[in-house]
Design a protein around this ligand. Structure first.
Ligand code: PTJ
Length: 251
């Protein structure tokens, strides 16, 4: 393994890549996950590799919704497991959300490895790996249609980090509130979600944990008010506008 020099100008970004590469070698991440990360990096560059005020607003609304959910679920794929395993476990603990492994490039072995990785990082229960609880959402046209009856199938709020495709639209049609974390504000998932956090997951998750602590004890009505006042269209437009402006400045 080549070690990233701490003084390297791109050290932070290279460290994140390293985590993903390790996840790939451990069998958590698929090769396509490396490509997906590269796309994310490009958008992060446009954003200035920092959490914007728009992302902070989305984070607050997302945590408020997770806290009001009766059966919230955090969906975990290979990239998420490799990049932020402790953080997803902590966020699930603080919000009462369940963790479910749900992957696009499906293999029972990788599902098992991801679940085990989450348990090694403190998760008590991880859904999505036991055949007896498996069911299908026919509206989803990929392997992601296989979900857990105790998890995504019966959830009212679902956090779907790092994915693109038809799942968000399908989950919304089923009446669920969907939260996305996606550096690409133009992706289908970003556009279809109720709340889109346009930020790198490695920055967003620690902030969500802080927000969950800050909002703990807030009356339900107060949390619902945060969600009602939130406007995802405005947040997406502002994120795109910010990228456009930065590109112009960089010219
Ligand atoms: O583990 P699996 O089989 O479920 O596969 C996971 C991937 C990521 C390969 C799968 O979900 C996929 O193909 O995703 P897409 O369609 O490439 O979409 C991933 C989205 O996440 C893209 O819009 C990227 O810009 C975005 N993204 C990538 N890395 C990050 C990110 N967003 C936030 N933080 C990141 N670190």
């Amino acid at each position: 393994m080549t070690l990233v020099e701490p003084g390297h100008p791109r050290a932070k970004s290279l460290k994140i890549r390293e985590r993903l590469a390790e996840g790939f070698k451990a069998g958590l991440v698929v090769p396509e996950g490396l490509a997906a990360h590269g796309r994310g990096e490009a958008f992060d560059y446009f954003l200035g590799e920092r959490t914007t005020s728009h992302a902070r607003e989305a984070i607050r609304a997302a945590v408020a919704v997770l806290l009001t959910g009766e059966s919230p679920v955090i969906s975990v794929n290979g990239n998420v497991a490799a990049l932020v395993p402790s953080e997803v476990v902590r966020l699930a603990d603080l919000t009462g959300a369940k963790l479910e492994v749900n992957i696009y490039h499906r293999s029972p072995e990788r599902e098992r490895l991801i679940a085990e990785h989450l348990r090694n990082h403190g998760a008590k229960t991880v859904l999505g790996t036991e055949e007896e609880y498996a069911t299908k959402i026919p509206e989803i046209h990929s392997d992601r249609r296989k979900v857990d009856k105790r998890g995504i199938a019966s959830a009212d709020v679902v956090l779907v980090p790092l994915e693109d495709g038809d799942r968000t639209e399908a989950l919304r049609k089923l009446g669920k509130v969907v939260i996305a974390i996606d550096l690409n504000p133009l992706s289908r998932t970003a556009q279809a979600a109720n709340i889109t956090i346009v930020d790198n997951i490695v920055r967003a998750l620690p902030l969500m944990i802080e927000e969950a602590k800050a909002l703990a004890g807030t009356p339900r009505e107060g949390l619902l008010r945060i969600f009602r006042r939130y406007d995802n269209g405005k947040i997406l437009r502002s994120s795109i506008e910010l990228m456009r402006r930065r590109l112009q400045e960089l010219e």
